[in-house]
Structure formats: C-alpha cells, structure tokens
Design a protein around this ligand. Structure first.
Ligand code: C5P
Length: 397
C-alpha cells in the first residue's frame, strides 16, 4: 500500500515514543521509506541507535547539524516527504505547531513545510483536556492537520481517559488513508454545516436544532476520497472531522463571507441549516425586563448563501448541492426550491419531528437532480455521506 512513499517521522518526547520502533517497522513492511527525526526529549525515551537500526537510516537530531545542513538542509528535508507524521505528538509539540514556533529541528521542519501533516497525540488526560490544548487542537484542525487518536484508556501515569497514543497499526491505517489516491484528489470542495446563531443581544441568540452531524459526515466522506475540503461550520454539536480546513462562524452573514473567501471550488455542498432571518438590529447591551412589556424584535432577511453561489455569473462551482428540510410535500417543495435557488442537486428530507432526523443519527434522503427524484433507503448519516461523496466523485470526473 505504501510502496515508494516517503514519510518524515517526527518523534516527540513522551513515553509513547517506545511504540515508534514498531511503527517504523510496520511502515517499512508496507514499502514506505521512513526518515526519522528525534526531538531532544524523545531521546530520553528511545535511543537514536534503536531508531536508526529499525529505520535503516540515522535519525536527524539537531537543527544546527552542519553535516546535515550541508547535505540537505532542514527545508529540503521537510519538503522531500509525501507525508509528515508526528508520533507521539506531545502537548508541547502541538502548542509549538499551533503557534508557529520554530526553535528546534522538529518545530522548524513543521513550519517550513506545505506537505500534509498527520499527528498522533499522546499525553496525560488532564493535559489533553486543558483548555490550552483544546484551543491548540482547534487551531491545528483549522490548519488542516490530520489527527489519529488519541485513544481512551489507561495511561502510563496511572490515569484513565483520552490521551493514549493510537497503536502503530492504527497510525499505519491513518497514514494509508492520508496518502490514498482517491477519486477526488486535487478537487477543492466547499461544505457548509451546522446551525447559525443570530444574536438578539450579547447573551441571547436565535438558533435551530441542527447538530451538524450530516454536514460533518459529508466533509469526512469527501476528504476520505481525497478531496481538499473547506468546511465552513456554524456552532455544531459534533466536532469537525480530521483532515479538512475548518472555518468556524456564528451567523449567516459570517458564513456567506467565509464561503466567498473559500471560493473557487470544484463543488459546493450546502448542508448548513442557515437561519432565514436575523434580528434587524441586535442590541449591543443585554435587553432588560421593563414594566412597559416585552421587547418587539424586528427581523431582517439573511442572505441566501446557496442561491448566491448557485447564481454566480463567473467562477460558479461546477456542482452545487443544496439541502431541503421539509415537513410536507417533500419532493414538490424541494424541487421548487432547487429551481428557485439554481442549484444542481437537492438532498431533500422529511424533518417532521416524528422522523427524528433533525439532530438524530439517521437520514432518509431523496436526491433530486435533472435525472429526477431518487429515493434512498433510510440509513445512518455516515452512509448517506459516503453515498453522496461517491456520487459527487462520479459527477466531477
Ligand atoms: O430555503 P431553505 O433554508 O429551506 O434552503 C435550504 C438550503 O439552502 C440548504 O442547502 C441551506 O444550506 C441553504 N441555505 C443557505 N442560506 C440561507 C438559507 C438556506 O445557504 N440563508
């Protein structure tokens, strides 16, 4: 699977480093060429001799190694790989990556590259859960860094929870996925997802019941087929998928701006449940109860992002997919909506409360296109996403 692939493996300084000789062995068994890099702290856990012996090449260890700089240089080193893998990715290394620090060989390589990066975090559960690490995770995901793990389990420090590094075979699977030559390789696809929040005042907002589950699954399925995905998401209940570029927004107007900034794209899938209206002039102070009765909220119409993208005069994505959440006359209403907005396909579904679809894990979709209405059996949102991604791949070739 990995024949001829060049992997730059950066080994961070955590106890999970003891698994990396095995990881190197497994990668090489599959034909990959592994160039190891050890941080100074990593050498406390695993020796350069061990790593060099299993990799078949001495590890790089020092930013200011004159021989290495003369032969190749750290810039060249970081660019000559097909994939950079960081395992274990410690809290410290992740913080450096998120901040763009470059004060040792590992962090400099990570900053000096535009090669895809996959990290396998490993740290104590409290370090993982700390808001600082969580912020860094969000930043790294937004930068398009892929994650494998961490797993939940017992740790070397005696605690239990998320923070264990994935096992070598799990990391190998993620490497294979990252390097897969999917049918959407080279295609840029924009996905909107989640609800939007429209402020009433600084502490209140209008929202809807969208969880973001379907849009998230679609972004993941497109990325799994090799697409370069920009994922514009409102405040969703589910975390964004790995391996996509995340742009987090709150309001419909912010979503429109993010979508415009992300174009051009080969395809756009608008799965977000965008609020149709916003409060015309949201108060910049908290509204107070008064004796004079309730505040009267005046509404203004939000921009229709799907319609705007569908009707672009120049630079329109080749395929625009909209969603139609309906509670009655699903096919008729959705078909009319698709025509009105000008999108190519509509994924229509019945979101009456009895269906449990809005916020649930399943979906029953009718795909409406020029070819007519095609009813898909009820299935998990992940399966809906995979089927849609396959259809998009077939349409874009
Ligand atoms: O008009 P309605 O909200 O039912 O249309 C649903 C479709 O339009 C979805 O694909 C949704 O993402 C998109 N939409 C949008 N901007 C809006 C409203 C809906 O992109 N303001």
């Amino acid at each position: 699977m990995l024949a001829g692939k060049r992997i730059l493996l950066i080994i961070g300084g955590g106890i999970a480093a003891y698994k990396t000789p095995d990881l190197i062995r497994r990668l090489r068994e599959r034909g990959a060429e592994v160039t190891p890099v050890l941080t100074r702290a990593a050498e406390e856990f695993v020796t350069p001799l061990t790593i060099g012996a299993v990799a078949g090449v001495a590890p790089h260890r020092d930013l200011f190694d004159l021989t290495t700089e003369a032969e190749m240089g750290h810039i060249q080193l970081s660019r000559s790989a097909d994939l950079i893998v960081v395992a274990p990715a410690t809290a410290d290394l992740m913080a450096k990556m998120a901040q763009g620090l470059a004060n040792d060989l590992a962090s400099t390589l990570l900053l000096a590259t535009d090669t895809p990066v996959l990290i396998a975090p490993a740290m104590n559960v409290r370090m993982w859960n700390h808001p600082a690490t969580q912020r860094n995770i969000a930043t790294l995901k937004g930068d398009g860094v892929g994650f494998v793990g961490p797993e939940v389990g017992n740790m070397a420090c005696g605690e239990h929870g998320p923070g264990r590094m994935s096992e070598p075979l799990g990391i190998v699977a993620a490497v294979e996925q990252a390097l897969a030559n999917g049918p959407l390789k080279g295609k840029h696809i924009l996905v909107t997802s989640g609800p939007t929040h429209e402020p009433i005042d600084p502490v209140r907002y209008i929202a809807n019941r969208s969880s973001g589950a379907q849009g998230t699954a679609i972004a993941a399925a497109l990325a799994a087929l090799g697409a370069d995905v920009t994922f514009v998401t409102g405040p969703a209940d589910v975390p964004p998928p790995a391996g996509v570029r995340v742009v987090a927004v709150q309001t419909a107007r912010e979503m429109l701006e993010a979508v415009q900034a992300a174009l051009p794209a080969d395809a756009a899938v608008m799965a977000a449940a965008v609020a149709d209206w916003r409060v015309a002039s949201a108060s910049d102070r908290k509204l107070k109860k008064t004796r004079d009765g309730m505040p009267a909220l005046e509404f203004a119409e939000n921009p229709d992002i799907l319609a705007q993208v569908s009707q672009m005069a120049t630079g329109r994505p080749g395929l625009v997919v909209g969603f139609a959440a309906e509670t009655n006359d699903v096919v008729e209403n959705a078909t009319a909506k698709g025509k009105r907005k000008g999108c190519d396909w509509i994924m229509a579904n019945d979101v009456s409360p009895v269906t449990g679809i809005m916020g649930g894990s399943e979906n029953a979709v009718i795909l409406i296109s020029d070819a007519g209405a095609e009813e898909w059996e009820r299935m998990g949102k992940v399966d809906v996403a995979k089927r849609l991604a396959d259809r998009i791949a077939a349409a874009l070739v």
